[in-house]
Design a protein around this ligand. Structure first.
Ligand code: NAD
Ligand code: FE2
Length: 391
């Protein structure tokens, strides 16, 4: 069987944005959201493109956790502009909106819910995609993944297609320097969750392992600095690189249980993505490593990179989970759903749906340990109270 490792071209460093000058074409559409537009980053890119002779349209209507209907509006704007270049400037929600809208722009009427990795989309027959992330976490700038929300149920669904890997990712630290502290922590924990989950995923491979290992060490080193010195551009750049590397990793090996739990928390209780998967991460490390020495060894390997030197693999895996919680404490990141402000009544009311949607999530199939509805329910219960997993 043949496997591929697909990544975009990545421009990084002080002059990363000048990579825009290399692009050839006529009509660009910038996809962004209002908050990012108000920060002025899209205007900067617009003026650089215009100076190079591009006709530029700006569409700034993206929302967090994009619904299919909003993606459709973005696709309509692409059609109206006849864009041959799509430039996404924003967090994961903006980048996913642009990627999903690209599918509909080239294939009008396509049902995103039915997108599979095997569909031929011919995306580049009409346009290419550049991603400029303004959060350092999702790694959507490196992946072939999209996460979109159904309008009627609010359920988030994740899917992949190889054509969705961006042509170019531009990592520009000044676009991240004003990201508020909470979002810095949430998105940083998303990057860590990608790196850890892909290292233990059933689709892991040597290339994804290398990216995961580097990303884990970088998040532990640079996330606290990004928090304490928000305008430290080196720290911001390192987190953008870590997030992109973690994206390269999971884009080629997939995430697993923490993302299934997290997507469901996002769907049912509208918990922010990085917050949801980051809270889930240590609990899933404890669950996955409890019975399987080979899996425990994987977490032990990651633990070693950040100073966990316990020789017994089972204890080492738990110590790595504790190390993740330590990083969370250091960055003011909640370690339980209760601490994150989820109300007991909302949690109890939503629990059945939380379990149902987590079981439906595609990432769950990549988890190294099998889990059924009853196990998911116990995990959520423990996550609400902040009880480590002992089953
Ligand atoms: N496709 C993938 O590979 C992938 C991977 C992980 C997550 N996701 C998805 O990405 C979404 C989450 O993305 P996110 O965590 O980046 O959050 P987001 O894109 O939803 O942004 C959160 C908020 O931060 C604001 N923001 C963005 N950049 C800012 C900046 N520089 N300064 C100030 N505010 C800024 C946004 O306007 C928004 O209000 C979720 O829907 C998640 O499921 C996708
Ligand atoms: Fe994620």
């Amino acid at each position: 069987m043949v496997w591929w490792f697909s990544v975009p071209k990545v421009a990084f460093g002080e002059d990363a944005l000048t990579e825009l000058d290399q692009l050839k074409g006529q009509r660009a559409i910038i996809v962004t959201d209002r908050v990012v537009a108000d920060l002025g980053y899209p205007a900067k890119v617009e003026s650089m493109l215009k100076n190079n002779g591009w006709e530029v349209t700006v569409w700034a209507e993206a929302e967090s956790d994009p619904r299919v209907s909003v993606v459709k509006s973005a696709a309509d704007a692409m059609t109206k502009s006849s864009a041959d270049l799509i430039v996404a400037i924003g967090g994961g929600s903006v980048m996913d909106t642009a990627k999903a809208a690209w599918v509909l722009y080239v294939n009008p009427g396509f049902k995103l819910e039915e997108l599979t990795p095997f569909d031929t989309l011919n995306l580049r027959s009409k346009a290419r995609l550049v991603c400029i992330p303004t959060t350092a976490g999702t790694g959507s700038d490196a992946t072939k993944a999209i996460v979109v929300r159904e309008d009627d149920t609010g359920r988030k669904f994740a899917t992949i297609n190889p054509e969705l890997t961006p042509d170019l990712a531009i990592l520009e630290p000044t676009f991240v320097k004003d990201l508020p502290k909470t979002m810095t922590a949430y998105t940083g924990m998303d990057a860590l969750t990608h790196a850890v989950e892909s290292y233990a995923s059933v689709w892991k491979n040597d290339f994804s392992d290398a990216c995961s290992m580097k990303a884990v060490t970088m998040v532990f080193e640079w996330l606290p600095k990004s928090m304490s010195e928000p305008h430290n551009l080196l720290a911001r750049e390192k987190m953008l690189v870590a997030a992109n590397l973690a994206g390269m990793s999971f884009g080629n090996s997939q995430v697993s249980l923490a993302h299934s739990l997290g997507h469901s928390l996002g769907s049912v209780l509208r918990v922010q993505h990085g917050l949801a998967v980051g809270i889930s991460l240590p609990y899933t490390i404890e669950y996955n490593s409890a019975e399987n020495e080979a899996t425990a060894r994987l977490y032990q390997e990651l633990g070693r990179l950040v100073g966990v030197l316990e020789p017994d693999p089972f204890k080492a895996a738990r110590a790595f989970a504790a190390k993740v919680r330590e990083l969370q404490k250091m960055t003011g990141f909640p370690r339980s759903l209760k601490e994150a402000g989820v109300k007991r009544t909302d949690f109890d009311k939503g629990l059945d749906k939380l379990v149902e949607y987590a079981m439906m999530d595609s990432s769950i199939t990549m988890n190294p340990r099998d889990i059924q509805s009853a196990g998911i329910r116990r995990l959520y219960d423990a996550m609400f109270e902040g009880r480590p997993i002992d089953f």
